[in-house]
Every structure is written in C-alpha cells, then in structure tokens.
Design a binder for this molecule. Structure first.
Ligand code: TXA
Ligand code: MG
Length: 323
C-alpha cells in the first residue's frame, strides 16, 4: 500500500474507516495537526504506528474519540475531568486519566502505563472518520520521529507517504500547534505539554493555577506518579537462553523446552509487530505470576525491535527505592 492523498469526501472517509477497521494506517486532519491513525483496540495496528514513525521508543499515544460517552469506556473521568470535557471538547485539549478497568484499547497506546490520553478532535473530517471507523483511533502527529508535526497533507506524504494506506486531505490545519496535554492522574492537574488551549484558559475553568511539569517533581508525594514508563516489580534478566524452573519467561521465536514458573511467547514466529503488540500485557502478566525474576529471550534490534529492547532495558534497570 502507498499513501495516496485523497479528498476528504464521504466515499473516501468511508473507505478510510474500512481501512482502519482492517488494521491499516490512515492519516487524517484534525484542528491541530495531521494524525497518523490506527484502530486503538488493535495492538498490531498500534504497533504499526510506532514502526511507521520510526520511533526508537514507545511513547504513549493519544486516543481520539467522539466525546465523553466513548471516552468513559476507556478512561476514568473525575468531576474535574468532566468539567474540562464540557468546557473544551470537542477541541484541542488532551486529558490523561486512569485507564478504565475494562478499557477496550491496546496496552500499547498507554505504553504499559495505567493511564490513557484522550481527546475529542474538533474537525469535521476527524469526526466523520471516527464515526466511519466505529471505534477509537490512536494517533500521534503524522510525522517521522524527530521531524516537526505535519499541518498539510503534502507534509504527511513527504514524511510517511510509503507507510500509510491513505492520506485524507482536509487542507491546512487551523491551529498548526498540537493539543494541550493535561494530566488528571495525581489529583492535581499537571500541564504535561503546552498547546493550542492556553494554560490560562484552563485555569479559568478549574479556578486555580496549573502545575507545570517542571514544578511537579518536588511537589508530588510520589515521584513515580510522573514516571513515563512502566516498571515491573520482578527483576528482568535480559538475553536469557535458558532459565530456572522458578523464573518466569518472556520468549521470542523458538523457545527451548524448559520448565518455568510462567511463560509467554511474544511471537512464536518471530514477528516484531506481533511482539510489540503483546509486550506490555505480557510483562504485566508475568509480573503477576509472582516470580522474582523474568528471564527475557533476545529480541532482534532492527525495526520495532529497537523500541522493544529500549523498553526491556529500562524495565531491567535498577530503580530508585520507593518508586
Ligand atoms: O494535537 C495533537 O495532540 C495531535 C493530533 C494528531 O491529535 N497528536 C499528537 O500526538 O500530538 P503525539 O503522539 O505526537 O503527542 C502525544 C503527547 C506526547 O507528548 C505523549 O507523551 C503524551 O501526549 N501522552 C500520551 N499518552 C500519555 C499518557 N498516558 N501519560 C502521559 N503523557 C501521555
Ligand atoms: Mg508528535
């Protein structure tokens, strides 16, 4: 598939919705910047987003929804979160909230965190696509990692043209600046990324000053609250070729027939997209087995393997006590 720029007509939006449901990537306009969209409920589709962007790490992605009803199936909305939704949705405010117990979105959109970023875009094409896809759409800005966000369909084509099935052309975007990202996870709202909604406008709604990301480390009761990556309780032993019966095992490809306390194969066929889609759920489940150590078989370093290995290395690194 190659990324054809097409007009955002009803027919092409319907086709884009079908492509999203089939697990393909579709670029689409929002009122901020163009997004690189995938079915948020499909782990392999979400993994393809990271592959397309060439991100060497798994950053959590924004899940796009039509409004609060769809958002509440994914995240937990406090009274303050609802107030902000009422004031700013649809619009360029992204809210980071705790994941709902039965959230039907891939763990990869949260990069393993217990939180999820949600926003309802205010652009007729984005909204029509969300309706056509009949599911939430995970979408980072439609640029390659390290490049600036795309505000025109042509920019998307230049950056990601060979990676997307379709690019819906909605003309230049209105804001040209990403959404404001606000975390509502720690009880006190924290501005994680300044963006199209000014902080002052949010402060008027909540009636108090927002904490900035830089001010939060000292102020938060637990520094772990701001941590941007998931850390299992168990120790990780990387590049394991064999293991003890009391260890849990994270496998990749062909696995030796050895006893283990628990074992999960990220991809028996050695497929990195499948492995990325399974990574966080697998770590969580092996951690829950109660094993003190998770032995991790080697994962190749190419393609998505770079981000997978980055995450495994971080999970294996010694952690400061108390976090
Ligand atoms: O305007 C926008 O927000 C665009 C359009 C396409 O909606 N999207 C966008 O996505 O800018 P992206 O992936 O380039 O930026 C998402 C930001 C990142 O800074 C990411 O770290 C943060 O949101 N984020 C996402 N999920 C998070 C989470 N669970 N916790 C903390 N930060 C999160
Ligand atoms: Mg971006």
């Amino acid at each position: 598939m190659h990324g054809r720029i097409v007009p955002a007509s009803a027919d092409w939006i319907a086709e884009a919705g079908r492509l999203i449901r089939s697990g393909a990537l579709v670029a689409f306009p929002t009122e901020t910047v163009y997004g690189l969209g995938a079915d948020a409920t499909n782990g392999e589709a979400v993994a393809r987003v990271f592959e397309a962007k060439g991100r060497p790490t798994f950053n959590p992605l924004i899940v796009h929804v039509l409004g609060l009803a769809q958002a509440e199936a994914i995240g937990v909305f406090s009274p303050m979160a609802r107030r902000l939704v009422e004031a700013f949705w649809p619009g360029p405010l992204t809210l980071v909230v705790p994941r709902a117990e039965a959230a039907n979105v891939s763990e990869l959109v949260s990069a393993g965190l217990p939180t999820v970023a949600l926003r309802a875009p205010d652009h007729p094409v984005a909204r029509a696509l969300l309706k056509a896809a009949e599911r939430p759409i995970a979408a980072p800005s439609a640029n390659r990692s390290g490049h600036v966000s795309a505000t025109r369909a042509e920019h998307v084509a230049a950056d990601l043209g060979d990676k997307v099935a379709l690019i819906l052309d909605g003309g230049p975007t209105a804001h040209g600046l990403e959404s404001t990202v606000l975390s509502l996870v720690s009880g006190q709202p924290i501005l994680l990324r300044p963006g199209a909604v000014p902080a002052e406008t949010i402060e008027q709604i909540i009636g108090s000053a927002l904490m900035r990301r830089t001010e939060t480390r000292a102020a938060l009761s637990s520094p772990g609250q701001l941590e941007s990556h998931y850390a299992p309780r168990a120790n990780l032993r990387l590049n394991a070729q064999s293991w003890q019966p009391d260890e849990a095992v994270l496998g990749f490809g062909a696995m030796p027939a050895l006893r283990a306390r628990a074992q999960i194969n990220l991809s028996p066929s050695g497929d990195l997209i499948e492995a990325a889609a399974n990574l966080f759920a697998a770590l969580r489940s092996l951690d829950a087995s109660g094993a003190a150590t998770i032995a991790v078989m080697p994962v190749p370093a190419h393609g998505l393997g770079e981000a997978i290995n980055d995450r495994l290395r971080r999970a294996a690194a010694p952690r400061p006590s108390g976090s």
